[in-house]
Design a protein around this ligand. Structure first.
Ligand SMILES: C[S@@+](CC[C@H](N)C(=O)[O-])C[C@H]1O[C@@H](n2cnc3c(N)ncnc32)[C@H](O)[C@@H]1O
Length: 340
């Protein structure tokens, strides 16, 4: 490789325009409009709410990327390679890539990856001055994005929560940071004697309330909008924390556990169903995955011993330890003084 080729190679590696253009197309819904029969730039610009001249530049660039065809009259058609951008594609990438979506918004922070490398903090904090969940929740315009994401909420290995714990001895469960309710509604459907409370930040809680009502569970499940850094609804038998602590550093994780401990009192329990992403950091793509995860969350990997240490720091003792899959572990904590 000569010097010029090396410069070209590095310039290509550092290119930001290509991913931005593909994500702009996903955000505007270009592929869906073309697939629905609109092929000329002025009409596409009207449908996308875009400037025709700039949109045409974007479309021509997508032609050069092999995603669109352009005929002699300047009309555009989709190439096979662009089909995963369609909303109804079986493996659609549209929601994941659109910049006004929950995932696309968090990906944007990758441009400030250097913040994470310097400080260990998620890149979002460096770029926007606050954490991802707070910024998502503070702006009511993001409710639509949260609603769309809710339909695809990952209930990562949730079976272990549904079936790996003695729910028969429990009457009430609070799902802390319960998101749009996928896990809590699944749990309540499986165990019809349970009553639920879902706690999450305001916008997410609103989406959860609708999902719970749509599942016909409103009479057995309430939603309490609020932060898990503030006092939580007291007196539930079990406080479930599923896939929560990885988003926080040790001090914050202990603060969340303390709020749960406070609300659980001397008789309640805290069920930690933590996700350990160590397993996805292995393999050929390990470095890439680790870098991405670290840019998104401060602590993607904690061992069971780490989690027990956090519980101990929050004044809790391990009262039961359940099955662990490679990605999930179940640990029940109770108040330490209840041990006596
Ligand atoms: C990674 S998701 C886990 C969702 C769900 N528990 C699960 O297992 O799929 C983290 C959740 O924590 C919520 N969250 C973030 N900050 C919060 C806060 N300060 N108080 C309450 N919930 C919060 C987010 O809105 C999101 O629903």
């Amino acid at each position: 490789m000569d010097d010029l080729a090396r410069v070209e190679h590095l310039t290509d590696l550092a290119d930001l325009l290509r991913p931005s253009a593909v994500r702009a197309a996903a955000t505007l819904g270009v592929a869906d409009h073309i697939a629905a029969g609109t092929h000329d730039t002025p009409s596409l610009a009207r449908l996308c709410g875009a400037r025709p001249d700039v949109l045409d530049a974007l479309l021509r660039y997508l032609v050069s990327l092999g995603l669109l065809d352009r005929d002699g009259d300047g009309r555009y058609a989709l190439r096979e390679a662009a089909r995963p951008l369609l909303d109804d594609h079986p493996f659609t990438l549209r929601e994941a890539l659109r910049l006004d979506g929950v995932a696309g918004r968090s990906d944007m922070a990758l441009v400030d990856l250097v913040h994470t490398v310097r400080t260990g903090e998620p890149a979002h904090v460096g770029l926007f001055g606050r954490g991802y969940w707070d910024s998502l929740n503070e702006d009511p315009r993001h409710v639509e994005a949260i609603e769309r994401a809710a339909s695809g909420q990952l209930a990562f290995d949730a079976e272990i929560i549904f079936d790996g714990y003695d729910w028969a001895s429990v009457r009430s469960v609070a799902d802390i940071g319960g998101n749009s309710g996928t896990i809590l509604t699944g749990l309540l459907n499986r165990h019809p004697h349970l009553h639920g409370t879902l706690v999450d930040l305001r916008s997410v809680a609103g989406v959860a309330a609708r999902n719970i009502a749509d599942s016909g569970l409103a009479d057995r499940c309430e939603v309490a909008p609020g932060s898990f850094f503030d006092p939580l609804p007291a007196g539930r038998d079990v406080y479930l924390l599923s896939a929560i602590l990885g988003d926080w550093d040790d001090d914050q994780a202990v603060a969340i556990l303390r709020r749960c401990a406070e609300a659980a009192g001397s008789t309640g329990r805290i069920l930690l169903a933590d996700v350990n992403l160590d397993v996805v950091m292995r393999g050929e793509e390990a470095a890439r995955t680790e870098l991405w995860l670290r840019a998104m969350m401060p602590t993607p990997v904690r061992t069971v011993a780490d989690l027990k240490r956090l519980g101990d720091a929050a004044g809790l003792r391990v009262s039961w330890e359940g099955p662990a899959t490679p990605v999930r572990s179940l640990i029940e904590f109770s108040a330490r003084e209840a041990a006596a």
